[in-house]
Write a protein that binds this ligand. Structure first.
Ligand code: ADP
Ligand code: MG
Length: 629
């Protein structure tokens, strides 16, 4: 056996060890993750050189873990590349990473938690000294000339090296003598298995405890796509999500530039409540070289793609990166923007290849997806992917894209019209849409408040402006021909026209400050009146949302538009012409105004309206009895 030599740790290692040993760092179990990932790296190196040099490698690539309660030890054995004496001294006697001095300074200042510091600076191997005060590394390099060598240290100031004469096989054995208070927690196989399943489940080599492989699920995302069957994807998906159903869609990608990563993303076949409990469970699991770094990371995909489940694995991040550092990591941002593009491209392809399938997707996840109106970087793609019900649809399930709407527009039409309403039926009766029905102009139907935010953010699509039907400029609609010949009321004579003007003034007097203006309407066909917004900025539904937010319960002032061709208005004209002060005009004006408020959802007190209806019914039933006698 060779002579035992003693070597001092490099100064910075010393300080680091001191910090680790004396810290109250709670997540001590990560030492195992670090040792296993080092073993896995070492095995990976063998595999790499085996394919280039000799293929006849008889040693099985594996990681064995044993524990001994009585001795208070854990042993991690791998059949990887091992280390020569020089490598040992270089790798486990110094810290290759720069910045250790800085880490030490920051740890001493105590301004940042050790948790985040360990993450920021790669200090994998040394984390073992959080649980141990004596570690022995026995290793034999795969280099046939190399001798076996043993390294021992209490993790304080120095380490001992000794060459061995035994002809041990290639690989590394790490024996960890646990600190007394760590024995019960770690020197038992059951808890080691739990820790391995938690942090190292997808390590690509068998991890064996008591002749049993602990990591049973292969890292499917790292395997070539063409080798994977649908059932394997489904099985993996269920393992990952606990979902009992197969995924609706699977997206498996490998990217090399601008950053390397593999991703396996699933779209579940049912959606969770977009803004409810499911929210916590969102996010992709982030791996670095098959080692789990963070479950359900919330930064890789934006909220609106939160329905996607899956994993991302990159070679480009350090294994020890902490969650805090992840958040403002530039590589993470690159991965994220690439992932978003991939998901959107995949949806585009689905929509193009199989519209029915895309519609199905929309019904499951569309409500959450709509929140993507905030993603201005992908505005055009997003605009291509949103779907709406339309006035020309067969039923409320049928959907249209902006592009489909555009393909159906009239010649010269440069607007995409939309209207918000509680239901397809209500919109079908809305006075605001009468002119559109009359001219056969399609209107997209919006049922959810978020739809209006989508329209507001989108503003235009492919050169077409999005316009709320309420705000449509009549001049733009006038140029389109009226579809069917209606039995139009006779045109008003010039005299009648001036009576109408006076009637409008009278109605404005009656309603006073409740309306900004009373004017004759061109948009109405079947309804006698409707309320319109004085300024063209906010739609009534948007206004309602804003009022809820600002707790404003007043009734907004609007323009009352009157349909001069409606029979009721014509009767009012006749009555008004005879007697400008006839109380019926008062009654009718208030009634029409309040029913318009009711339709718009602003009428809070229906008492006056109901009283008037009953009064009018009483009178008209009297006349009815008289005339049918
Ligand atoms: P990192 O893994 O980030 O390089 P570590 O502190 O975890 O940092 O390990 C330091 C180095 O020690 C590794 O890069 C590797 O060269 C060497 N090493 C550690 N464990 C093993 C092992 N089981 N087999 C071979 N080499 C190892
Ligand atoms: Mg390491």
């Amino acid at each position: 056996m060779g002579k035992k030599t003693t070597h001092k740790f490099k100064a910075e290692v010393n300080q680091l060890l001191d910090i680790l040993v004396h810290s109250l760092y709670t997540n001590k179990e990560i030492f195992l993750r670090e040792l296993i990932s080092n073993a896995s790296d070492a095995l990976e190196k063998v595999r790499f050189s085996a394919t280039t040099e000799d293929a006849e490698d008889t040693i099985a690539p594996e990681i064995r873990i044993d524990s001994d309660k009585d001795a208070g030890t854990i042993t991690i054995t791998d059949t990887g590349v091992g280390m020569t004496r020089d490598e040992l001294m270089k790798n486990i006697g110094t810290i290759a990473h720069s910045g250790t001095a800085e880490l030490t300074r920051m740890a001493q200042e105590g301004t940042e938690s050790l948790d985040s510091l360990i993450g920021r600076f790669g200090v994998g191997f040394y984390s073992v000294y959080m649980v141990s005060d004596e570690v022995t590394v026995t290793t034999r390099s795969m280099d046939p000339e190399a001798k076996a060598i043993r390294w021992t240290s209490d993790g304080k100031t120095d380490y001992k090296l000794q060459e061995l004469d035994e002809d041990i096989p290639r690989g590394t054995v790490i024996e960890v003598k646990l600190k007394e208070d760590m024995v019960s927690q770690f020197a038992n196989n059951a808890s080691l298995k739990i820790i391995i399943n938690k942090h190292s489940n997808f390590i690509n080599f068998p991890i064996i405890i008591e002749e049993e492989q602990v990591n049973t699920v292969s890292a499917l995302w790292r395997e070539p796509k063409f080798q994977i069957k649908d059932e394997q994807y489904a099985e993996f998906y269920k393992f990952l999500t606990y979902d009992s159903e197969d995924p609706f869609d699977t997206l498996h990608t490998a990217v090399d530039a601008p950053v390397q990563f593999n991703a396996l993303m699933f779209t579940p076949s049912s959606g969770d409540d977009p803004f409810g409990m499911g929210r916590e469970n969102r996010g992709l699991d982030l791996y670095v070289r098959r080692v789990l770094i963070e479950k359900q990371n919330k930064d890789l995909l934006p909220e609106y793609l939160g329905f996607i489940k899956g994993v991302v694995d990159t070679e480009d991040l350090p294994l020890n990166i902490s969650r805090e550092t992840l958040q403002d990591n530039i590589l993470m941002r690159k991965i994220s923007s690439t992932l978003v593009k991939q998901v959107l491209n995949n949806l585009e392809k689905m929509a193009k290849d199989n519209a029915e399938r895309y519609a199905e997707f929309w019904h499951i996840h569309g409500n959450l997806f709509k929140a993507g109106y905030v993603d201005f970087l992908n505005k055009d793609k997003f605009g291509g992917l949103v779907r709406f019900n339309s006035s020309i649809s067969e039923d409320s399930k049928e959907l249209s894209s902006f592009a489909e709407y555009i393909a159906r527009t009239k010649e010269d039409q440069k607007e995409i019209y939309y209207a918000f309403g509680p239901s397809r039926e209500a919109l079908g009766l809305s006075p605001h849409l009468e002119v559109f029905r009359r001219k056969g102009i399609e209107v997209l139907y919006l049922y959810e408040p978020i739809d209006e935010f989508v329209m507001d953010a989108q503003r235009d699509f492919d050169g077409y402006t999005l316009v709320s039907a309420e705000h449509a400029e009549m001049e733009k609609l006038d140029k389109f021909e009226t579809l069917e010949k209606e039995d139009k009321a006779e045109a008003l004579s010039e005299d009648q026209q001036s009576v109408l003007d006076k009637l409008l003034t009278r109605i404005k007097d009656i309603l006073g400050e409740q309306v900004t203006e009373v004017k004759a309407s061109q948009r109405l066909t079947d309804s006698p009146v409707c309320l319109a917004n004085p300024d063209g900025n906010v739609t009534s539904s948007m206004d309602k949302i804003m009022r809820v937010v600002s707790k404003d319960t007043s009734i907004p002032k609007k323009v009352l538009e009157i349909n001069p061709d409606h029979a009721l208005v014509r009767n009012m004209l006749t009555i008004f012409e005879k007697d400008a002060n006839d109380p019926f005009i008062d009654q009718a004006a208030n009634q029409l105004f309040e029913s318009a408020l009711l339709l718009e959802g602003y009428l809070t007190d229906p008492h006056a309206l109901v009283g008037r209806v009953q009064d009018l019914l009483t009178k008209s039933s009297g006349w009815y009895v008289e005339t049918t006698k």
